[in-house]
Ligand binder design. Structure first.
Ligand code: EPZ
Length: 448
């Protein structure tokens, strides 16, 4: 590794813009909304581009804060990242001169840990910050680290950093995870594309974003196959080439807008959304009696003829794909407040992901947190405007949803969380007829 730059021990916490969303609720949303490329595909694709020195080009990349952070993190390593036009990124990782991913990157974005596999496999070493936990749970990375060790890497943990080395090429290995981990699967898969021999990952994530990554790796010349629904096999190659890829649509953004249509009594067409990626979520809509329709590249939700209280309560449980996405639990919870009767929410993936419901309660929702993994929603409740605080990305988008359905004005603090993962969210809602503004904290327009 080049020793050109001094080791930076000084941690500068990220600068946080103090912004709020102000929302005047109670208006049905109507129209068509374009669904952007998936955050959770784009971030891994940018990391995967480090597996080759040749230029890679990505289209349909969402213009969001997390992508900007990943691009900056790559530039700090010496990677050339061009952004020639909106939604297009080009990555050329020919000269990587600094194999160090600092705490600054990890503190802003957990997906910075996706650089472990590619950098270790291609350059034989990397020092990378532990991304730690966040507002939705502990979120350890032990399974990523164990997977690299199984492939022959030597990894030590000191002062918050993983020091990873591979004396020669990584070796293919049998990787048996105790349960499904999305980024764990993807990190191991990226490392295995340049390892010596065959790697088998089981149980492997089945998320559409993981398949999008596989598609890109195959274009790069990698030998990666899903040999069973929960098994991925990789035969490592000595080198990979540059490739182009169009990012898969964001199913979580699509689900969020579907709930917006349903709870405001509106009708929304999600342009570009794929029904096949949302089967478990659409099954919840079926059970609740929310009308929707699927086309080849769109989904439409129509609640314009549905009166308050016509949705039925429904018990939900999150699970790894193809189950109900944990990232769609917060929007679905908002929808359940608008259904008649008692619904049970079982959050199986993260231990703190129901915490945000206490904010929803401030808006009048009748929600009981039974334990870290279970909550009961009693409907139908009339939501009312309030001051609420966003703790994480998906909870933030869901508080906007609640505010759109609520009577009166809601002020949502911590808007920056939402811009980490939703492209142009206020513009999209305004185009559907919402009365919503993003403002610096302390400014008070809106009111009509
Ligand atoms: C991905 O996180 C997504 N992030 C998350 O989306 C998503 O909620 C999650 O998968 C589950 O679908 C990205 O793709 C960037 P996991 P990931 O490893 O991969 C435990 C959003 O809002 N675990 O599948 O980190 C872990 O604590 C985000 O867009 C270990 O114990 O999730 C959790 O309980 C939030 N050790 C479970 O596994 C490990 O080494 C599943 O997490 C790794 C994970």
């Amino acid at each position: 590794m080049a020793e050109a730059r001094p080791f930076n021990w000084e941690y500068r916490p990220p600068e946080i813009p103090h912004e709020v969303f102000r929302v005047a609720g109670g208006r049905p949303l109507h129209g068509s909304v374009p669904i952007s490329g998936a955050k959770n595909a784009a971030l891994k694709l940018l990391a995967a581009a480090c597996l080759t020195g040749e230029r890679c080009r990505f289209t349909n990349v969402p213009e969001i804060e997390d992508v900007r952070v990943m691009a900056e993190t790559l530039r700090d390593l010496g990677v050339v990242v061009d952004h020639p036009e909106p939604n297009v990124y080009e990555v050329a990782a020919g000269d990587v001169d600094w194999l160090f991913v600092p705490l600054e990157a990890a503190a802003k974005m957990r997906a910075s840990f996706m650089l472990l596999g590619p950098l270790l496999a291609r350059f034989g070493e990397v020092i990378i910050s532990n991304p730690g936990g966040d507002r939705i749970g502990r979120r350890p990375v032990d399974l990523h680290v164990e997977a690299m060790r199984a492939m022959g890497a030597e990894i030590q943990y000191r002062y918050g950093y993983y020091y990873a080395k591979s004396p020669g090429r990584l070796r293919g290995a049998e990787i048996n995870f105790p349960f499904v981990t999305v980024m764990g699967t993807e990190n191991a898969m990226l490392a295995a594309t340049l390892a010596d021999g065959r790697t088998v990952i089981r149980p492997a994530a089945q998320e559409p974003e993981t398949d999008d990554l596989i598609e890109f790796l195959v274009k790069m010349g990698a030998d990666v196959r899903r040999t069973a629904p929960d098994t991925i096999e990789i035969v490592g190659k000595r080198r990979l080439r540059g490739a182009q890829h169009h990012v898969v649509p964001d199913r979580i953004e699509a689900g969020t807008f579907m709930v917006a249509g349903a709870i405001t009594g509106g009708k929304i067409r999600l342009q570009g959304a794929r029904c096949e990626h949302l089967r478990a979520f659409l099954a919840v809509f079926d059970r609740m009696g929310v009308r929707h329709d699927c086309g080849p590249d769109w989904i439409e939700v129509d609640a314009s003829d549905t009166g308050p209280g016509e949705f039925r309560a429904c018990d939900i449980a999150t699970a790894a794909y193809p189950g109900l996405a944990t990232d769609l639990q917060p929007p679905t919870s908002v929808l359940l407040t608008q259904a008649q009767g008692r619904s049970m929410i079982h959050e199986t993936i993260f231990e703190d992901r129901l915490e945000w419901l206490t904010e929803l309660r401030r808006m009048g929702a009748n929600v009981e947190l039974v334990d870290p993994h279970h909550a009961i929603v009693e409907g139908l409740t009339r939501l009312t405007g309030a001051h609420v605080e966003i703790g994480d990305l998906r909870a933030g988008a869901s508080l906007i949803l609640a505010a759109l359905a609520a009577q009166g004005e809601t002020v949502i603090h911590g808007a920056h969380h939402v811009h980490r993962g939703y492209e142009n969210i206020e513009r999209k809602f305004v185009d559907l007829g919402a009365h919503l503004q993003r403002l610096a904290e302390g400014i008070t327009p809106l009111s009509s």
